[in-house]
Write a protein that binds this ligand. Sequence first.
Ligand code: NAP
Length: 308
Amino acid sequence: MTAAVEARARLEFDVEIRQETTPLSAEDRQRALREFDIVMPTLGDQFDAASFAGISAPRCRLLANFGVGYNHIDVDAAKTAGIAVSNTPGAVTDATADTALTLMLMTARRAGEGERLVRSGQWQGWHPTQMLGLHLTGKHVGIVGFGRIGEAIARRCHFGFGMSVSYLARSEKSPGFPAVRADSLNVLAASVDVLVLAVPGGAETRHLINAGVLAAMRPKALLINIARGEVVDEAALISALQTGEIAGAGLDVYEFEPEVPLALRQMEQVTLLPHLGTATEEVRSDMGQLALDNVAAFLAGKPLISPV
Ligand code: NAP
């Protein structure tokens, strides 16, 4: 937790703050459910059905997740065990959209590759056809998942870069600027210059981007993923990049995170970030404060602010 969040937590509650940054082990999860009234987990802490099944009468009554995505928590199993779940929507939206734009620009304009060239000491100077990339202004972006983050990405693309926006979502949206809802994922994939993923993870969206969708994309198109790694069939993505089915990818998340396949790490046409979506001091503090607001509401017997 950031210092501000830690200070509030210590002031208002009797807390134990875990210092390790690695995910909770199965043993840690059992202890968390057995010994604490409330647990604030985050992504990587796999509260799957087995975590709850192992404990007959958990002391824990709330998992106040630190993060909007909760695909690491089996919410049905938690509820069956009498444990409520909350998350931190909204606090993460702008920062994650900014990261999507960072990946779009870096990948389109070959920024990572250029940076590596300069750092290598091999750069021989400007010339008219050096490292030509994709001009993003005025291009067509397709957004898969048009919720808070998807819409924030679209807004940046429309107002900042004059891009036309299409999207895929389960329901029709009215964002207040032109955005066309696509009939299907394959139609969207085939029609855009940049396909950006902003859907939640979980069983429903696992491998939503598979070999078929990648094959539908244009050879000059880019895939950007700030959602969850499991949304993309990573092996199919590597193959599509190797065969030139698509031109590049910008990734903040990985299917087997934090493992990033060597094949991806060796490709110049991909931008690879270490899950930086919400990584700013203010945003991590806002996320922590919202998680603690949920804790405070729960303890006061009030409705959760952002229940899952
Ligand atoms: P949100 O507001 O709930 O938006 C999710 C969108 O996905 C909605 O438009 C929803 O459609 C759509 N959707 C859900 N299931 C779908 C499906 N099967 N097919 C097509 N569309 C589907 O969530 P959010 O706040 O924008 O966050 C989205 C995700 O971003 C999170 O769940 C999290 O995993 C990820 N995230 C990543 C980072 C990072 O650090 N990289 C940071 C924050 C969040 P409807 O609106 O029609 O229901």
